[in-house]
Design a protein. Structure first.
Length: 399
């Protein structure tokens, strides 16, 4: 079976540790970097430790055993499902400065026959830990990044050989280039050029039109578009978190969604006055409905566009991290239900009170699920002076 070389994995680790973390600046000496790596991706953990030590930071390594989730949900009682080790996780949240998460799925259908209510109940119980890290991030004291490690299960689901799957990762992340970090800095500069134009446009509403889609979004007060923060590698998207209250219309998604050990296919969402009033999926509908029942998960948290000119990803990868960054003919658009990103606040998030977030229409939820479409689309901005401007068409930003 194909395995990437040690050089490729070290380049990968260097990008994550010495670039992506700390918002494109890399880790600093004596910072603590928490690495969560599935056991099948142990070679990546070895490379990450090398990069962290070279940066004179402290690796906090966690090798996660795979294949245990099905038994957990089968055997756990109600108390065990919602068990939350508060003291342990509070201490960990206080200790770490950065987090690297590696995705390496061994069974994309592991929880296919698990009652969705159990999955949602357990996920909701862990929300406080995510809130602690989010608050630390918005205070400028924590960053994170995610990356993908190829497995036979993921390659098979995508209809690729393991070598071809790895080649998509290598090309997308520029791992075969002499200086991958330099290339990423160039991508970020190009994204920032588009961002600067978008953020000067004084957009009031966004109108998204595509086959089976007619959706209106309200950008909201004190908003900005965001990209290139290193939170995901790869990351070619440009996104914002709109005011959830101004979402109306409907949207169809043509890409499969792998979530909570399940497959959800052909998602359709209909919004009225900011809330999902009708949702359906041809596969995984039961799980979709349970996801939407989580507190505030029936509201929009993010809207994103990827310019096809930026991304080298040309194949379906059966994983959201890569599929939400796919290039191809029309790039992609994705919408997230649930939690808003406070990075999209045009100002310093640490100065905003909890009640003000609510007034601004930033959604708070334990859920954040990106759903993707690669259909040809036209995105029109309605500016505050009433004029209209097409900002995205034929898979590219037009500004």
């Amino acid at each position: 079976m194909y395995h990437p070389s040690a050089v490729i994995l070290k380049n990968y680790a260097d990008i994550l540790v010495k670039f992506a973390l700390n918002s494109g600046q890399g880790v600093k000496p004596n910072e603590v970097v928490h690495c969560l790596v599935p056991d099948v991706a142990k070679p990546m953990l070895i490379a990450l430790q090398q990069s962290i030590l070279e940066a004179k930071a402290h690796p906090l390594l966690q090798l996660i055993p795979t294949g245990l989730d099905k038994d957990f949900y089968r055997l756990a009682n109600k108390t065990q499902l919602v068990f939350f080790p508060k003291k342990y996780l509070r201490t960990r949240a206080d200790l770490i400065n950065h987090s690297v998460g590696i995705i390496a799925e061994t069974n994309l259908y592991e929880l296919k026959n698990t009652p969705p209510q159990k999955i949602m109940e357990s996920a909701e119980a862990r929300k406080p830990y995510r809130d602690w890290l989010n608050n630390k991030e918005y205070a400028g004291k924590f960053t994170w990044t995610l990356a993908l490690y190829a497995t036979p299960a993921m390659a098979k689901e995508a209809g690729l050989t393991i070598k071809d799957y790895w080649q998509q990762i290598i090309k997308a992340c520029f791992l075969d280039q002499k200086d991958p970090i330099r290339k990423w800095k160039k991508i970020f500069r190009e994204q920032n050029r588009i961002l600067s134009i978008l953020n000067r446009l004084a957009i009031n509403k966004i109108h998204l039109q595509a086959h089976g889609t007619n959706l209106w979004l309200t950008l909201g007060q004190k908003r900005r578009w965001v990209a290139g923060t290193g939170r995901n590698i790869p990351s070619f998207e440009i996104f914002t978190s709109p005011d959830w209250r101004g979402t109306n219309g409907f949207i169809n998604f043509n890409q499969p969604l792998y979530r909570y050990g399940n497959l959800i296919n052909n998602v359709r969402l209909q919004f009225s006055h900011g809330k999902v009033v009708k949702a359906s999926a041809s596969t995984g509908d039961r799980l979709l409905q349970e996801m939407l029942k989580r507190p505030n998960a029936d509201k929009i948290g993010e809207y994103s566009l990827t310019d096809s000119r930026f991304s080298n990803i040309t194949k379906f990868m059966a994983n959201t991290l890569f599929d939400e960054n796919i290039g191809g003919k029309y790039g992609n658009t994705h919408l997230a239900i649930g939690m808003s990103y406070k990075d999209a606040y045009d100002g310093n998030p640490k100065n905003v009170k909890k009640s003000e977030w609510k007034q601004l229409g930033f959604n708070d939820s334990g859920e954040h699920t990106d759903i993707i479409s690669t259909a040809d689309r036209t995105v029109t901005a309605i500016l505050k002076d009433g004029s209209q401007k097409i900002i995205y068409q034929n898979g590219k930003f037009t500004i």
